[in-house]
Design a protein around this ligand. Sequence first.
Ligand code: GLN
Length: 194
Amino acid sequence: TPSVGVLALQGDVREHLAALAAAGVEAAQVRRPEELAAVDGLVVPGGESTTMSKLAALFGLLEPLRARVREGLPVYGTCAGMILLAEKILDPRSGQETVGGIDMIVRRNAFGRQNESFEAAVDVEGVDGGPVEGVFIRAPWVESVGGAVNVLAEHGGHVVAVRQGNALATSFHPELTGDHRMHRLFADMVRSAA
Ligand code: GLN
């Protein structure tokens, strides 16, 4: 059974651990470089991307994260996690760094204040059985992608799910629903990379 870590610096770690377990993989919290080195895949949760990137730097995880992602570690970022996996943020806060891994530019809080939180059915390429329930909480969208990036889903004309090689990202939070299809898709990516 592959072991999938959840970056446990900030954000909705517990919900991802439960969803991964339901998707049939071993799930473990990752806070230290040694823990990162031991996993076969990594989820970067939702939360607050500036805080997460600052804590990653503080915990000495930013460079190890960049290195493992560069080497092809399967990663899945939701919401703030999507922002962390972007090569570029359109409107970064000062000191906000990313891990990178997906050749995309993301816009933070893109869906705006009026719609700070909403749910919508989202059709995701590669996920069978009908649309997933997309939970969007101050969510980013993908402003533009490079040629190596597959767009998996759009909402309202904006890109909200992408994949590049072993890196997957969604603007929304499948870990907050009882639907584990996105986590099963990621578990399959981890199994085939292992
Ligand atoms: N708006 C948050 C950020 O910029 C992300 C929100 C979320 O993860 N639900 O980090």
